[in-house]
Write a protein that binds this ligand. Structure first.
Ligand code: BTN
Length: 343
């Protein structure tokens, strides 16, 4: 049983580094008034802090890539909309979804998944979103790390409390991959691919990875955390990743709005998640079959903790598990593992 804590208990949870709500208000104020120079005194009054604090926080925003013009004596303005994934700005694009209400933003954090798992244990609500401009220990699948360059990508974790059996977790994983697929396709204008279970690829290279973690009993899921990393505006990948990973900007030659992309991603997640809860895994599997070249007939190398073999993909089982036909004809069910295209 997971204990749902009272509001007083929840308030005691300390989240070092969480962005102050008044920085969020400062950013909204500047974004809503891009054509006006607002004095430091006016800003201070409006958001309820001292002028020195306004100056310090303007520096924080500049360090995060926001182009704030001006200085303490004259006043401040920003020339174009800030691409910071701040709660107030993000919530505008999420009206009508459960993701608009509880958004935890960090300029820098170890891992958004670690924070979201902690929030899950503390009884935080379904739909809570944890998002960061930079991660210092971003985690990937199979113990890998996730390269999380400051203000270049999207690093987000979503806390979900589906009333489902943990047996359906593989399908929930597909739900997240489909949402990322649609968001990346719309924003880039390109046609991505999905490598089972949910790596999104652009021109054969990984642009998005998803790490699903959960707390469950054998027959009941308490909560799941879906951690999504998207390479958006990186101009190059580190040497060790260059042959396997890419960013949207590297493929389209354009800078993309992370704010707009994240709002799209969460709206699609809301849509697929609702469909999954209402209709089960079947429509999710059908959509996966439509968009993934890995669904059927793809030569792949499978590496699990106990096995490593080459075979041909042969569709999904009803819960979202991958079927792979070995060369001797035997069908294997791959619950989790690394999938790579085989030569
Ligand atoms: C993968 O190995 O493909 C999964 C990568 C998942 C990365 C994301 S970034 C946001 C969230 N926080 C983490 O520490 N990891 C996930």
């Amino acid at each position: 049983m997971v204990a749902v804590k009272s509001r007083t208990q929840k308030n005691r949870l300390s989240l070092p580094g969480r962005t102050d709500k008044r920085i969020d208000a400062l950013l909204s104020l500047l974004t809503e008034n891009t054509t006006i120079v607002i004095s430091g005194a006016q800003i201070a009054k409006e958001i309820g802090v001292r002028r020195q604090t306004v100056w310090r926080w303007i520096e924080t925003l500049r360090a995060a890539g926001v182009k704030v013009k001006g200085h303490p004596r004259t006043g401040y303005h920003i020339e174009r909309a800030a691409d910071v994934l701040a709660p107030k700005l993000l919530a505008r694009g999420l009206r009508g979804t459960p993701f608009a209400k509880h958004i935890f933003h960090f300029f820098k954090v170890d891992s958004t998944n670690t924070v979201a798992m902690r929030l899950g244990e503390e009884g935080e609500a379904h739909g809570t979103v944890v998002v960061a401009e930079e991660q210092t220990s971003g985690r990937g699948r199979a113990g890998h790390s996730w390269h999380s360059e400051k203000a270049a990508g999207i690093y987000v974790s979503i806390l979900l409390r589906p009333q489902i059996s943990p047996m359906l977790a593989p399908a929930l994983t597909l739900v997240a991959g489909l949402a990322a697929y649609d968001a990346i396709a719309e924003e880039s204008g390109l046609r991505p691919d999905i490598r089972w279970p949910n790596d999104v690829l652009l021109k054969g290279k990984k642009v998005c990875g998803i790490l699903t973690e959960m707390q469950a009993e054998p027959d009941r899921m308490h909560f799941a955390v879906i951690g999504i990393g998207i390479n958006v505006n990186q101009t190059k990948m580190p040497n060790d990743l260059a042959s396997i990973a890419t960013s949207m900007r590297m493929e389209t030659g354009r800078v993309h709005s992370r704010l707009e992309l994240l709002a799209r991603l969460l709206r699609h997640l809301d849509r697929y998640y609702n469909q999954f809860i209402a209709e089960g895994a079947a429509p999710i599997l059908r959509r996966f079959a439509e968009v993934s070249s890995y669904f059927e007939g793809k030569r792949v190398r499978i590496s699990t903790s106990t096995d490593n073999f080459v075979g041909t993909t042969a569709g999904l089982e009803p819960m979202g598990i991958l079927r792979v036909k070995r060369d001797d004809g035997k069908i294997e069910s791959v619950i989790s593992g690394m999938v790579a295209e085989a030569e």
